[in-house]
Design a protein. Structure first.
Length: 140
């Protein structure tokens, strides 16, 4: 059985959480995902040159890539096994296409080690469908 977590963020960055979580310093951790009240998840830099192995880790429920220096520089989703129905939203705030990978050996949109190319200025949602598979939804 998977517990759903509920984040309620107040005007002073206070929050309420339900689920299997722990708190350390200024960050709240739920499996591999965490809430970072300092905002480092809002200015991510994609891995230069692209590729799956060393792609920049996407660790928060909302991640914003501010720098994608060249087309197909990359980011990587956390393992899908942290729970069915878990979601992450990724925004590409740069001028170049961001290539997103799953973890090595995992499935993205029905393809093992598949990719998702996120156009400049666009946002996508990623949903874990199984312990090793992600699907994506694009926002228009």
């Amino acid at each position: 059985m998977y517990l759903e977590e509920v984040f309620i963020l107040g005007p002073n960055k206070e929050f309420t959480v339900q689920g299997n979580c722990n708190y350390s310093g200024n960050s709240l951790f739920y499996g591999e995902l965490y809430w970072d009240p300092n905002g480092t998840h809002l200015a991510l830099v994609a891995f230069a040159g692209g590729g799956q192995a060393n792609a920049t880790a996407i660790k928060t429920p909302y991640s914003r890539f501010a720098t994608v220096a060249t087309t197909n520089d990359s980011g990587k989703l956390p393992t899908a096994q942290f729970g069915l129905g878990k979601m992450g939203i990724v925004t590409n705030a740069s001028a170049n296409t961001l290539r997103i990978f799953p973890q090595v050996g995992e499935i993205l949109n029905g393809v093992t080690n598949g990719t998702y190319d996120l156009a400049p200025g666009k946002t996508a949602m990623f949903i874990a469908l199984s312990p090793s598979a992600w699907t994506s939804l694009s926002f228009v």
